[in-house]
Design a protein around this ligand. Structure first.
Ligand SMILES: Cc1cc2nc3c(=O)[nH]c(=O)nc-3n(C[C@H](O)[C@H](O)[C@H](O)COP(=O)(O)O)c2cc1C
Length: 206
C-alpha cells in the first residue's frame, strides 16, 4: 500500500478552477486504478501553514543553542510544531501531487510556505563540504499547474517547483500543465478536457 499526498493550493474548487478540475480527475482515476493505496487530500487554503517569520527564526536559533522547547513562547511552540508537522507529513509519503494556479508568474504564497516547510536542512537536504545534497529519495512527484497563458514549463512558478524538488533530491518528477485558456477562450473547454484526459492517463501508472 502506497501513501499518496495530494497538496492543493487553491481557494476555489473545481467549479471554477482548472487546476482543481484536473486534480480531481487525477484523484478519481488514481483511486480507480490503485484502490489499495491511502490518499491524503489536503488544501493549504483550508489550513494554517506557518510562514517563516521572526517567531520561527528566533525559535530555531534558540533551539540550536540548546534552549528547551518548553521555554519557547506559546506562539513559537505552536509554529514550530505546525511547521514540523508539514515536514513530517511530506517525508512519510511515497507519492505526492502538488496542484496550483499560476498567479502573477508565481505560485500562491501559501504554497511557498508549504515548500519552505519541506525544505529543512538535516531532514530533506544536508550541507556537505562539496555543496548541498538532497535527502529525498524514492518519492514520485507530479506537479499540476493551470496557466492563463502558454509557457510550456518556462514560467518562473513551474521552474521554481522543479528546481526546488530537484534540489531536495527528487528524481521521479513530472509536470502537467493546463494552459493557454485565457489567451484562447474559445479553446478553453477543449484545453481543459485534454489535460483531464492526460491526468487520468498519468494516474493509471503513477
Ligand atoms: C491573481 C491572478 C494572477 C494571474 N497571473 C497570471 C500570470 O502571471 N500568467 C498567466 O498566464 N496567467 C495568470 N493568471 C491566470 C491563471 O493562471 C489562469 O486563469 C489559471 O487557469 C488559474 O488556475 P485555476 O483555473 O486553477 O484558477 C492569473 C490569474 C489570477 C486570478
Amino acid at each position: 500500500m502506497a501513501k499518496v499526498l495530494i497538496v492543493r493550493a487553491h481557494p476555489l474548487n473545481q467549479r471554477v478552477s482548472r487546476s482543481m478540475t484536473v486534480t480531481d480527475a487525477f484523484v478519481e482515476s488514481y483511486q480507480e486504478h490503485h484502490p489499495e493505496d491511502y490518499i491524503e487530500d489536503i488544501n493549504l487554503f483550508n489550513m494554517n501553514v506557518p510562514e517563516i517569520d521572526r517567531d520561527l527564526l528566533d525559535a530555531w536559533d534558540d533551539l540550536a543553542k540548546g534552549t528547551p522547547f518548553y521555554q519557547l513562547s506559546d506562539a513559537q511552540q505552536h509554529k514550530v510544531t505546525l511547521f514540523n508537522s508539514f515536514t513530517e507529513g511530506f517525508m512519510e509519503q511515497d507519492k505526492i501531487v502538488i496542484a496550483n494556479p499560476l498567479w502573477n508568474l508565481s505560485i500562491p504564497t501559501r504554497l511557498k510556505s508549504w515548500f519552505d516547510s519541506i525544505t529543512v536542512a538535516g531532514k530533506t537536504f544536508k550541507y556537505t563540504d562539496s555543496g548541498s545534497v538532497g535527502l529525498v529519495e524514492g518519492k514520485k512527484i507530479l506537479h499540476i499547474q493551470a496557466n492563463g497563458g502558454f509557457y510550456n514549463g518556462s514560467d518562473p512558478a513551474s521552474q521554481y517547483v522543479k528546481t526546488l524538488l530537484t534540489f531536495l533530491g527528487v528524481k521521479d518528477f513530472q509536470q502537467l500543465f493546463v494552459e493557454g485558456m485565457d489567451h484562447a477562450p474559445d479553446k478553453a473547454a477543449e484545453i481543459v478536457e485534454k489535460a483531464v484526459q492526460q491526468a487520468r492517463e498519468i494516474a493509471k501508472t503513477f
